[in-house]
Design a protein around this ligand. Structure first.
Ligand code: AMP
Length: 218
Protein backbone atom coordinates (compact mmCIF):
# COMPACT_ATOMS: atom_id res chain seq x y z
CA UNK A 1 0.00 0.00 0.00
CA UNK A 2 1.28 3.43 -0.95
CA UNK A 3 -0.60 6.20 0.80
CA UNK A 4 -0.09 9.97 0.71
CA UNK A 5 -1.08 12.12 3.71
CA UNK A 6 -2.08 15.56 2.56
CA UNK A 7 -2.99 18.58 4.66
CA UNK A 8 -1.87 22.04 5.71
CA UNK A 9 0.97 22.58 8.19
CA UNK A 10 -0.56 21.91 11.59
CA UNK A 11 -3.30 19.58 10.29
CA UNK A 12 -1.79 16.66 12.22
CA UNK A 13 -0.24 14.84 9.25
CA UNK A 14 2.97 13.96 11.09
CA UNK A 15 1.28 12.60 14.21
CA UNK A 16 -1.26 10.61 12.25
CA UNK A 17 1.14 9.35 9.58
CA UNK A 18 3.51 7.96 12.23
CA UNK A 19 0.88 6.00 14.15
CA UNK A 20 -1.03 4.80 11.08
CA UNK A 21 2.24 3.61 9.49
CA UNK A 22 3.08 1.69 12.67
CA UNK A 23 -0.39 0.16 12.79
CA UNK A 24 -0.38 -0.89 9.11
CA UNK A 25 3.31 -1.87 9.20
CA UNK A 26 4.30 0.53 6.44
CA UNK A 27 7.41 2.69 6.14
CA UNK A 28 6.86 6.34 7.11
CA UNK A 29 8.58 8.87 4.86
CA UNK A 30 8.35 12.45 6.12
CA UNK A 31 10.26 14.82 3.85
CA UNK A 32 10.37 17.58 6.52
CA UNK A 33 11.89 15.13 9.05
CA UNK A 34 14.42 14.05 6.41
CA UNK A 35 15.46 17.66 5.85
CA UNK A 36 15.69 18.31 9.61
CA UNK A 37 17.76 15.13 10.04
CA UNK A 38 20.09 16.33 7.27
CA UNK A 39 20.50 19.65 9.16
CA UNK A 40 21.74 17.74 12.22
CA UNK A 41 24.33 15.93 10.10
CA UNK A 42 25.27 19.16 8.30
CA UNK A 43 25.20 17.50 4.87
CA UNK A 44 25.39 19.23 1.48
CA UNK A 45 21.64 18.60 1.09
CA UNK A 46 21.06 20.40 4.39
CA UNK A 47 22.97 23.48 3.25
CA UNK A 48 20.85 23.67 0.10
CA UNK A 49 17.57 23.20 1.97
CA UNK A 50 18.25 25.41 5.00
CA UNK A 51 17.68 28.81 3.43
CA UNK A 52 14.26 27.76 2.09
CA UNK A 53 13.15 26.05 5.29
CA UNK A 54 14.05 29.06 7.43
CA UNK A 55 11.84 31.27 5.30
CA UNK A 56 8.94 28.81 5.26
CA UNK A 57 9.38 28.29 1.51
CA UNK A 58 9.43 24.99 -0.33
CA UNK A 59 12.82 23.43 -1.05
CA UNK A 60 13.18 23.25 -4.88
CA UNK A 61 11.56 20.22 -6.52
CA UNK A 62 14.76 18.71 -7.96
CA UNK A 63 16.44 18.51 -4.52
CA UNK A 64 13.32 17.20 -2.77
CA UNK A 65 12.39 14.67 -5.45
CA UNK A 66 15.89 13.21 -5.54
CA UNK A 67 15.98 12.84 -1.75
CA UNK A 68 12.61 11.07 -1.55
CA UNK A 69 13.12 8.83 -4.58
CA UNK A 70 16.44 7.62 -3.14
CA UNK A 71 14.64 6.85 0.12
CA UNK A 72 11.87 4.78 -1.51
CA UNK A 73 14.45 2.51 -3.09
CA UNK A 74 15.32 1.19 0.42
CA UNK A 75 14.17 -2.36 1.28
CA UNK A 76 11.81 -1.26 4.09
CA UNK A 77 9.65 0.49 1.47
CA UNK A 78 8.89 -2.77 -0.36
CA UNK A 79 5.77 -3.46 1.73
CA UNK A 80 4.43 0.03 1.24
CA UNK A 81 4.86 3.59 2.41
CA UNK A 82 3.00 6.43 4.04
CA UNK A 83 4.21 9.69 2.51
CA UNK A 84 3.94 12.61 4.90
CA UNK A 85 4.61 16.10 3.52
CA UNK A 86 5.49 14.77 0.07
CA UNK A 87 4.38 15.42 -2.62
CA UNK A 88 3.80 19.13 -2.04
CA UNK A 89 3.70 20.30 -5.68
CA UNK A 90 2.21 18.86 -8.87
CA UNK A 91 5.75 18.35 -10.17
CA UNK A 92 6.58 16.18 -7.13
CA UNK A 93 3.31 14.23 -7.51
CA UNK A 94 4.13 13.45 -11.14
CA UNK A 95 7.70 12.39 -10.26
CA UNK A 96 6.37 10.07 -7.55
CA UNK A 97 3.78 8.50 -9.87
CA UNK A 98 6.45 7.93 -12.48
CA UNK A 99 8.95 6.40 -10.04
CA UNK A 100 6.35 4.05 -8.53
CA UNK A 101 5.02 3.22 -12.01
CA UNK A 102 8.47 2.01 -13.06
CA UNK A 103 8.31 -0.51 -10.21
CA UNK A 104 4.77 -1.58 -11.22
CA UNK A 105 3.31 0.24 -8.20
CA UNK A 106 1.07 3.25 -7.66
CA UNK A 107 -0.41 5.53 -5.02
CA UNK A 108 -3.47 3.68 -3.71
CA UNK A 109 -5.06 6.38 -1.56
CA UNK A 110 -4.56 9.97 -0.52
CA UNK A 111 -5.74 10.89 2.97
CA UNK A 112 -6.56 14.59 3.07
CA UNK A 113 -6.77 15.82 6.68
CA UNK A 114 -8.93 18.91 6.64
CA UNK A 115 -8.67 21.55 9.39
CA UNK A 116 -9.99 25.16 9.44
CA UNK A 117 -7.32 27.84 9.00
CA UNK A 118 -7.91 29.52 12.40
CA UNK A 119 -7.35 26.19 14.12
CA UNK A 120 -4.12 25.60 12.14
CA UNK A 121 -2.64 28.88 13.41
CA UNK A 122 -3.58 28.05 16.98
CA UNK A 123 -2.06 24.58 16.75
CA UNK A 124 1.22 25.67 15.16
CA UNK A 125 1.86 28.44 17.65
CA UNK A 126 1.74 26.02 20.62
CA UNK A 127 3.67 23.20 18.96
CA UNK A 128 6.78 21.63 20.48
CA UNK A 129 8.62 18.71 18.87
CA UNK A 130 10.90 15.98 20.21
CA UNK A 131 14.44 16.57 18.98
CA UNK A 132 15.04 12.82 18.86
CA UNK A 133 11.91 11.09 17.52
CA UNK A 134 10.01 14.13 16.11
CA UNK A 135 6.81 13.42 18.09
CA UNK A 136 4.82 16.67 18.23
CA UNK A 137 3.14 18.05 21.39
CA UNK A 138 0.90 21.03 21.97
CA UNK A 139 1.53 23.01 25.14
CA UNK A 140 -2.21 23.38 25.79
CA UNK A 141 -4.01 20.60 23.89
CA UNK A 142 -1.57 17.69 24.26
CA UNK A 143 1.25 18.56 26.67
CA UNK A 144 3.92 15.98 27.57
CA UNK A 145 3.65 14.22 30.94
CA UNK A 146 6.96 15.78 32.06
CA UNK A 147 7.48 19.36 30.88
CA UNK A 148 10.13 19.61 28.16
CA UNK A 149 10.51 15.81 27.79
CA UNK A 150 9.11 13.43 25.16
CA UNK A 151 6.68 10.80 26.56
CA UNK A 152 7.83 8.29 23.95
CA UNK A 153 11.63 8.44 24.12
CA UNK A 154 12.55 10.97 26.84
CA UNK A 155 14.10 13.27 24.19
CA UNK A 156 14.28 17.05 24.62
CA UNK A 157 11.35 19.08 23.26
CA UNK A 158 11.99 22.21 21.20
CA UNK A 159 10.00 24.73 19.19
CA UNK A 160 10.72 24.50 15.48
CA UNK A 161 12.35 27.71 14.19
CA UNK A 162 9.80 27.75 11.35
CA UNK A 163 6.87 27.72 13.81
CA UNK A 164 7.27 31.46 14.53
CA UNK A 165 4.15 33.53 13.63
CA UNK A 166 5.77 35.15 10.54
CA UNK A 167 7.07 31.89 9.08
CA UNK A 168 3.84 30.07 9.88
CA UNK A 169 1.95 32.66 7.82
CA UNK A 170 4.33 32.12 4.90
CA UNK A 171 4.07 28.33 5.16
CA UNK A 172 0.28 28.50 5.07
CA UNK A 173 0.42 30.84 2.06
CA UNK A 174 2.75 28.43 0.26
CA UNK A 175 0.48 25.53 1.17
CA UNK A 176 -2.62 27.15 -0.31
CA UNK A 177 -0.77 28.23 -3.48
CA UNK A 178 1.34 25.15 -4.22
CA UNK A 179 0.05 22.13 -2.32
CA UNK A 180 -3.72 22.63 -2.10
CA UNK A 181 -4.05 22.06 -5.91
CA UNK A 182 -3.01 18.46 -5.23
CA UNK A 183 -6.39 17.94 -3.55
CA UNK A 184 -8.11 18.37 -6.92
CA UNK A 185 -5.42 16.39 -8.69
CA UNK A 186 -5.97 13.32 -6.51
CA UNK A 187 -9.75 13.80 -6.37
CA UNK A 188 -9.84 13.64 -10.17
CA UNK A 189 -7.80 10.44 -10.03
CA UNK A 190 -10.47 9.01 -7.67
CA UNK A 191 -7.95 8.54 -4.85
CA UNK A 192 -8.89 11.24 -2.37
CA UNK A 193 -10.22 10.33 1.09
CA UNK A 194 -11.22 13.46 2.98
CA UNK A 195 -11.07 13.16 6.75
CA UNK A 196 -12.00 15.82 9.32
CA UNK A 197 -8.88 16.69 11.30
CA UNK A 198 -10.56 18.42 14.22
CA UNK A 199 -10.98 16.62 17.55
CA UNK A 200 -8.63 14.41 19.56
CA UNK A 201 -5.65 12.58 18.08
CA UNK A 202 -7.21 9.13 18.70
CA UNK A 203 -10.52 10.21 17.24
CA UNK A 204 -8.89 11.47 14.03
CA UNK A 205 -6.76 8.32 13.74
CA UNK A 206 -9.91 6.14 13.99
CA UNK A 207 -11.52 8.21 11.22
CA UNK A 208 -8.47 7.71 9.01
CA UNK A 209 -8.27 3.97 9.63
CA UNK A 210 -12.02 3.55 9.02
CA UNK A 211 -11.77 5.50 5.81
CA UNK A 212 -8.78 3.45 4.56
CA UNK A 213 -10.49 0.22 5.51
CA UNK A 214 -13.63 1.19 3.62
CA UNK A 215 -11.47 1.94 0.61
CA UNK A 216 -9.60 -1.39 0.66
CA UNK A 217 -12.78 -3.51 0.89
CA UNK A 218 -14.39 -1.72 -2.08
P1 AMP B 1 7.29 19.94 7.36
O1 AMP B 1 8.01 19.32 8.50
O2 AMP B 1 6.62 18.93 6.50
O3 AMP B 1 6.38 21.05 7.77
O4 AMP B 1 8.43 20.61 6.42
C1 AMP B 1 9.29 21.62 6.91
C2 AMP B 1 9.93 22.37 5.76
O5 AMP B 1 10.72 21.46 4.99
C3 AMP B 1 8.95 22.98 4.76
O6 AMP B 1 8.47 24.24 5.18
C4 AMP B 1 9.83 23.07 3.51
O7 AMP B 1 10.75 24.14 3.60
C5 AMP B 1 10.62 21.77 3.60
N1 AMP B 1 9.90 20.65 2.92
C6 AMP B 1 9.39 19.52 3.49
N2 AMP B 1 8.82 18.73 2.59
C7 AMP B 1 8.94 19.37 1.40
C8 AMP B 1 8.50 19.08 0.07
N3 AMP B 1 7.83 17.95 -0.22
N4 AMP B 1 8.83 19.97 -0.90
C9 AMP B 1 9.52 21.09 -0.64
N5 AMP B 1 9.91 21.44 0.60
C10 AMP B 1 9.65 20.60 1.61
Amino acid sequence: MYIVFLGAPGAGKGTQAATVAEKLNLAHIASGDMFREAQKQETELAKQAKVYMEKGMLVPDDITIQMVLERIAAPDCERGVIFDGFPRTLEQAKALDEALGKQGKMIDSVVYIKVAEAELLERLSGRWICRQCQTPYHMVNSPPQTPGKCDRCGGELYQRPDDTPETVKERLKVYFAETAPLIDHYAQAGKLLEVGGEGGVDEVRERILASLEKETVK
